[in-house]
Design a protein around this ligand. Structure first.
Ligand code: CU
Length: 296
């Protein structure tokens, strides 16, 4: 790392672990140094003006003002540098991110679904086809509403919180959300994208360093937002295959297990509910026979 890049480290940027990340880092470095120079420049100018135009030196206002063109030149230079940064560097880099996706046959394709307050990952399994998902099928044990009757869903892998990907291979993540707007932010990969209910939004990156990296939610999505974390584990190809195999076996086992018992529609939940427990001091319900007065 060169000395100039230390400003990113100083500002808390974690070490880059993606192929394109150095380009983002260069722009960040330049912007921070440029803003630092502007800050110091304006600060010097501010104190110069405070001293130079103090009331004791100029008791009467000068209505002619400044006649030199230096401020115009300085402001034009600042606008020019900002325009070059935006049009010359930032926009092309952003366009490459959103328009030039890797070929799907070379990349790992994963669905990531955000909900208050966790991430769930959906992989297509050995057949390479994602099973159908239906919001009406969502239950506590089927967080994504995967359709068990869809043959393509039989081998699908659903993992909460932790996604594994192989190193040196592009990863395309298609994002969606079950409730509010979340943001899938991977600071080490220099990538973030909103997850919006009703939309499927793709993002991609290519990890170049094995390790475990934190996923955070980059949108204030509710009271538990602070705890909406996950992780992306970048494995060697062998470790990734082993993880995929293990997860595939677990998915096959859970698919073969009988479905959990479900109450018939309309049947109330077991145990007292707010509707069946009288509030303290309330007269006993007349229409309901008490247990001691059972007919017999
Ligand atoms: Cu969130």
């Amino acid at each position: 790392m060169n000395k100039l890049a230390l400003i990113n480290e100083f500002l808390g940027q974690p070490a880059n672990a993606s192929e394109h990340g150095y380009q983002i880092d260069h722009i960040l470095e330049f912007c921070h140094w440029f803003m630092g120079a502007l800050f110091i420049g304006w600060l010097i100018f501010f104190f110069f003006v405070l001293v130079r135009y103090h009331r004791s030196r100029h008791p009467v206002a000068d209505h002619a003002g400044v006649t030199s063109g230096i401020s115009t030149h300085l402001e034009f230079a600042v606008v020019l540098i900002e325009a070059v940064l935006l049009v010359g560097f930032a926009l092309p880099l952003w366009a490459k991110r959103v328009n030039q996706f890797p070929e799907t046959r070379d990349a790992i394709l994963v669905h990531a679904v955000g909900q208050q307050f966790n991430w769930t990952f959906h992989l297509p399994g050995p057949d390479g086809v994602f099973g159908r998902r239906d919001v009406n099928l969502v239950t506590a044990s089927n967080q994504l509403g995967l359709d068990a009757n869809d043959p393509a869903a039989k081998d699908d892998i659903v993992v909460p919180g932790e996604l594994h990907v192989p190193v040196d291979r592009s990863v395309i993540i298609e994002l969606s959300s079950k409730d509010v707007i979340h943001n899938f932010c991977l600071p080490h990969m220099r990538i973030a994208q909103d997850a919006i209910p009703g939309s499927i939004i793709p993002m991609w990156f290519k990890p170049i360093k094995a390790g475990t990296y934190e996923v955070i939610c980059g949108q204030l999505c509710g009271l538990g937002h602070y705890s909406m974390k996950g992780s992306v584990v970048v494995d060697t190809p062998q470790d990734y295959e082993a993880w995929l195999k293990e997860r595939g076996e677990m998915a096959a086992q859970s698919a073969a297990a009988p479905p959990p018992m479900q109450r018939p529609a309309g049947e109330p939940a077991p145990g007292p509910s707010p509707a069946t427990v009288p509030p303290p001091g309330a007269p006993p319900a007349g229409s309901q026979p008490s247990p001691s007065a059972s007919p017999g």
